[in-house]
Design a protein around this ligand. Sequence first.
Ligand code: GTQ
Ligand code: FE2
Length: 372
Amino acid sequence: MTEQPMKDEETQLAALYGDLAAVDLHPLWTITRDLLPPAPRPRSVPWLWSSEVLTELAERALRLVPVERGGERRVLSLGNPGLGGLPYAAGTLWGAIQCLGPGETAPAHRHTPGAIRFILSGDGVATTVDGDVCDMHPGDLILTPSWNWHDHSSASDGPMLWFDGLDLPMIEALDAVFFEPYPDVRQPDSDPHNRSEREAGPGPRFVSGAVRDVLTTEHSPLLVYRWQDTDRELSRLAAESGEPLVSIEFVSPETGASVLPTMNCAMHRLVPGARTLPVRRTGNGVFVVHRGSGSSVIEGQRFDWSAGDMFVVPSWAAAEHASEEGADLFSIGDSPVLRALGIHRELALDAHQQVTGVFTPAALRPKDSVGV
Ligand code: GTQ
Ligand code: FE2
């Protein structure tokens, strides 16, 4: 640092700022970006991609672009316009539509980001997960947990489309992305298929309602959740509860924890005529409309949706849902991480956005306010 001759205060201050910048130090009092906002201000915005647009473009890619080693997958990623060109649906979540044509194989690889597939249309594709061939049918959920080898192979005469959800942006933010190609294009076939499904214990595969605090670093040993089971559980709960919305989370039958340590998967059924009150939650969410139609108001913005549409609810956005004909929504979220870190919060709101309920870890609850 240069020696300062006697100068007036302004000159000394200017020199101080210059010297700080020269050695990569930032005085906090001059930082203009809001480092500590009173509540989360995600860069991602509420957004929707329609099924019509997604499938038309996926089908064109299917005709024009082969699936090969290097590119690895025929995937169109949801790029949230709030994220300045990043190919991420939200700050912590990757969402995409993937398609595979007749007889094609998307080559085997593994990576530290974990992934889930929610099947949209077609049949005859299987994802092999660490040697276990998992057959995929519309409405099924398939897991490919962190560092598990996975390839997708079609034995079909038609195309297949599915939704991919990954925790990739989160793992990237943690500077912990590793990737490795498998030595061959495909893993050997396991026979019979769907081993995880046959060997899964009798524990429940879904939970509903209550806030859970089952935290683990293990993924679910069950890799496949069939639509028939999901549908049956939703029907049972809808009949039993009489509520406009029933939500179930897919869980490990062994531990009751979320399917992956970093990501949860849920299915929501809106009964005909349903209209929910708004809720704010920490954690980003990506939704896929599985069946029916309806609308969501997300931070004041209304989105009308129908089967195959995908939309983003950013962290802390007030979100409410409605459906005339009834609908089933699949969703992924990053809340297991927030829960593990003790920073998950949830506010129930009334129709005027006034707080009616607060759900936060006790340690977080301010002594004299509702914790907004
Ligand atoms: O299917 O393995 O959407 O590795 C992004 C990265 C899908 C996959 C994606 C992937 C995959
Ligand atoms: Fe992958």
